[in-house]
Write a protein that binds this ligand. Structure first.
Ligand code: HEM
Ligand code: HEM
Length: 181
């Protein structure tokens, strides 16, 4: 049996949650980047805002579910060919990905509520959770604006590493998270 075939995978639940997160995040970021551009046709801009604000809390739920699943089923061991330093870097990137996703959801939520704007389909649940406050709105807006940079860099590094393992090294690391279900 090859090393690839014998390597343990993330659980099915963890793989489903991972790929749902990818779908949500890789549509939410472009929506955010495009919707803040000036001169967009109004219907398109409204649609993007609606999509962006509605998906945010789903990303929060996915991250919390993933953290709970990770506590229940720790990541399967990496192949022995992965040097310990590389494994530590990968682990750090994974924690930073979780952290910056949380930062983006929380700052986005605060920016909208403290600014007095609707949270769309989530309003019946969280409407009025945070009072209008110009100072909070300004800080949250700055964090949300700048938080996109580390998050996108982390995602690029993560995808690059995954592609390297999946396409070049073919050492079984990628198959730990594949197929999605
Ligand atoms: C409840 C969750 C979220 C809400 C309510 C929300 C809301 C917003 C709002 C209102 C803007 C417009 C920025 C402004 O003009 O101040 C924005 C921009 C943006 N959002 Fe979110 N967001 C949420 C979650 C996220 C998440 C999870 C990500 C990333 C995964 C993200 C990425 C972005 C990006 C990249 C921009 C463009 C920022 C810029 O260029 O200034 N957002 N978001
Ligand atoms: C929005 C984009 C993405 C985010 C936020 C993300 C997040 C994560 C996180 C947090 C982990 C660690 C799981 C854990 O142990 O708790 C992980 C693992 C993994 N991801 Fe992603 N991911 C993204 C996109 C991708 C893409 C596009 C690929 C494939 C090209 C990929 C492939 C993998 C693989 C193979 C692992 C297992 C790696 C290992 O355990 O060392 N990810 N991802």
């Amino acid at each position: 049996m090859t090393e690839i075939a014998s390597l343990a995978r993330y659980s099915r639940l963890q793989r489903i949650l991972h790929w749902l997160t990818v779908l949500a995040v890789l549509t939410t970021i472009p929506a955010g980047l495009v919707m803040v551009q000036e001169g967009l046709p109004r219907p398109l801009q409204d649609w993007l805002y609606l999509y962006h604000k509605n998906i945010g809390p789903l990303i929060l739920m996915l991250v919390l579910a993933r953290l709970a699943a990770r506590a229940a089923w720790p990541p399967p061991p990496l192949p022995v060919s992965v040097p310990p330093m590389q494994a530590r870097i990968a682990d750090t990137v994974h924690w930073l990905l979780y952290l910056f996703l949380l930062v983006m959801v929380i700052s986005g939520f605060l920016r909208v509520q403290a600014g007095g704007f609707p949270m769309e389909i989530w309003d019946p649940l969280v409407g009025g959770f945070v009072a209008r406050d110009k100072a909070v709105e300004a800080v949250a807006k700055t964090i949300h604006h700048w938080g996109r940079v580390p998050l996108m860099l982390l995602i690029l590094a993560h995808i690059g590493a995954a592609a390297l393992h999946g396409l070049v090294k073919r050492d079984g690391v990628f198959s730990r998270m594949w197929p999605p279900a």
